[in-house]
Design a protein around this ligand. Structure first.
Ligand SMILES: [Cu+2]
Length: 139
């Protein structure tokens, strides 16, 4: 009887933990899971602006080509898109405009790799520090 109670409490604990995590994820992240379409690529559209990328969590499969279509809202402030993960076959450093840019790579190693805008005006915080960043999750 005592053991059954222990197991029950354990289960409740796990359920509680899982629920909490889900809440945290939902509150400030816009996640997007890429699907593989007829051309065999994973297409993801990312829009940026001052100072965000949306979605800011992109989930893709490893060893399948990815095409990101990235643009920023029309603005005088220049933005960029950077992912530095050569160990996973990803090395991106592109300037952005309101004209969508296609960025292709094939991630080879599972992991979480940050993407961000590297721009900064003079001594102000970088755009990344202001929130222009996200996470590419390779599964
Ligand atoms: Cu920027």
């Amino acid at each position: 009887m005592k053991d059954a109670l222990k197991i029950l409490l354990c289960c409740l604990g796990i359920v509680g933990y899982g629920t909490c995590r889900a809440d945290v994820t939902a509150s400030n992240e816009a996640a997007y899971r890429a699907t593989i379409v007829a051309d065999g690529m994973q297409h993801v559209r990312i829009e940026g602006g001052a100072y965000f990328f949306k979605p800011n969590r992109v989930i893709v499969k490893s060893n399948v080509p990815v095409e990101l279509t990235v643009s920023v809202s029309r603005s005088l402030i220049p933005h960029s898109f950077v992912i530095q993960a050569p160990e996973a076959g990803i090395a991106v450093d592109e300037s952005l405009s309101s004209q969508a840019k296609n960025i292709r790579f094939t991630p080879t190693v599972a992991g979480s790799y940050p993407f961000y805008c590297k721009n900064r005006l003079l001594f102000f915080d970088s755009h990344r520090e202001k929130g222009m960043e996200g996470m590419l999750v390779v599964e």
